[in-house]
Design a protein around this ligand. Sequence first.
Ligand code: UDP
Length: 239
Amino acid sequence: ASSDTTFNRVMIKISGEALMGDQGYGLHPPTIEKVAKEIKTVHELGVEICMVIGGGNVFRGLSGAAQGMERTTADYMGMLATVMNALAMQSALETQGVFTRVISAIRMDEVAEPYIRRRAVRHLEKKRVCIFAAGTGNPYFTTDTAATLRANEMACEAIFMGKNGVDGIYDKDPQQFDDAVRYDEVSYDEVLAKRLKVMDASAIALARDNNLPLIVFNMDEPGGFRGILAGRGTYTKVS
Ligand code: UDP
């Protein structure tokens, strides 16, 4: 990568909600375009980029299960929702001139490549953004776990968790409490012990066990992602 950053290969995880704008559901093309432009500025640094996008803007397994659907079926629906988001992001990035591959954990060869680790690594080496879709391919997991798993497999140096409207991890909800304090750094164990809201526990444990740092930052801050890669801005580092 360029001299502007020490990072060579990163994972960025954004939630499905990050793509819905203020609609409350689904996909909002101008918002997706904004996210794609943020990714592009990092791509221009020469950083190799892996992406995982959630599916919560379309379907969540737990909500389906709460309405009486079988949990595993509902989870597969959630995974399919992430494929739609991945395709939307692919389209937005390629409109910006950034080449991408959508790589699915569930085979659907007409739509996306199957996940083959060495092939994905090769795409990264060729500076294609790899968008990992369909989560881990397994029910009872989340896209946070998928991001952590793929980041480990791809030997990413860190996972960047792009949040909406919040610039890190706080000791309590900053939207509810004026005196909430942001952590600059916090350990995986403290995140788990205090149940700090950042990722689910399995994802945190998987990151901890592989010493994969987690950087939580505000995705709504223009130029924020690139800034953090260059060592500027506010964020919380979990390590
Ligand atoms: N999901 C799953 N296995 C995975 C990843 C996701 O079953 O490996 C399902 C799960 O039902 C989840 C849904 O896909 O609710 C959407 O993913 P997630 O909730 O992580 O999306 P986000 O909250 O990040 O938008």
